[in-house]
Design a protein around this ligand. Sequence first.
Ligand code: FAD
Length: 409
Amino acid sequence: VNGTDRSVVIVGAGQAGSALAFRLREIGHQGPIALIGEEIWPPYQRPPLSKKYLTGELERDRLFLKPAGAYDEAGIELVLGRPVTGIDRAARRVLLAGVDNPERRYDILVLATGGSPRLPEDLSDPLPDNIFTLRGIGDADRMRASFAPGRRLLVVGGGYIGLELAAVARLQGLEVTLIEQAPRILGRVACAETADYFRELHTGQGVMIREGVAIAGYRGPVQRPSAVVLADGTEISFDLAVFGIGLVPNDALASEAGLHCDGGVLVDGWGRTSDPGIFAVGDCARLPLDGRMLRIESVHNAIAQAEHLADYLVQPDVSAYAPLPWFWSDQYACKLQIAGLNLGYTSVVTRRGSKSGSLSNWYFRDGKMIACDAMNDARSFMLAKRWLAADRQPTPEMMADPAWNPASF
Ligand code: FAD
């Protein structure tokens, strides 16, 4: 079977899977498309789960990416609540849990399986009743049910999800302590200057932040711990705790099928795995970018990579995926917007924005601007995106000069 008549099976009905399915239809793919998800929900956006969905400001229906009828209308077979349990590469079919119609044949198979929260090694699985991780609607619903003013929340992990959870909990009147094992919060993803900004923001809102401290043990019943003991002997009591300590890519299906995996399904610039009929996109895929193999956990990447793959499947002459990554995070009244990838940066220049409280941190690698964190500073974010796309290079000296007008560049 050739080109646009091929049968496409997508495993994972999330952000990337749905973007791929709809893009394929938009650009003229005629063959069958099956979008198979293990969750019971149609594809939805996850960012609000640690933001307005958790505060109750956003209804569940607003999370869904498409209206209910959109899948039928586009001729996309949406299969929900059915995990794919295996890939039979020789017969080009996937196996589904459940008795009804338990397999789908494919010409093209796309893995868009996302990831799962990393679990604390020293706790039982399933987690105790008052300890949470956050990835899906069900996690957020359970957590929301135990968010009540005055309760003591321990957040473990000072990455974006942990910080967002701390903010949302404070806004709802919980007492929040955040602990980070690394020397500082945001250590993996942002510069010290950006971390300083958010530490100050959270501390000002009454969050107690402890950095460079590891958990040595727990106190209380195994099914409902009541405190952690830190390596320095300090005890922190809590009513509930949430771990935001990173994501493990869902690559077991791929590795069991013999595809090359290494901290994610390994793909090339066209999303191709080590089997020419199988592709991977989104959080589960590790792709070549900026001279390295990376996984990019963001909505923008999930969509952009999926759409790039759709284009490639319909028009194989497209060039390799070369995105301009961007990301955002909302904490209290602060909107952080990030353009570019700050990997391997060698210096950072901070600029104050025109509004009070607005600030941008510009990352340079050997004098070349590679990324920007903009806090309440949409203008700097837009400029950074524009300059990165056009490969325009403000120097660190220009950026460091408060009198220099970026708009004139
Ligand atoms: P997902 O959207 O996770 O979809 C994967 C789907 O595959 C899941 O539904 C999963 O159940 C399913 N699946 C897995 N295995 C199987 C199987 N064997 N069979 C069938 N189905 C399977 N990004 C931003 O850019 N900005 C933000 O502010 C932001 N905030 C976030 C906040 C939270 C709380 C979370 C969890 C994520 C946030 N992200 C944010 C990240 C963003 O949501 C992800 O990068 C994006 O969802 C990745 O899309 P994906 O399709 O690869 O994975």
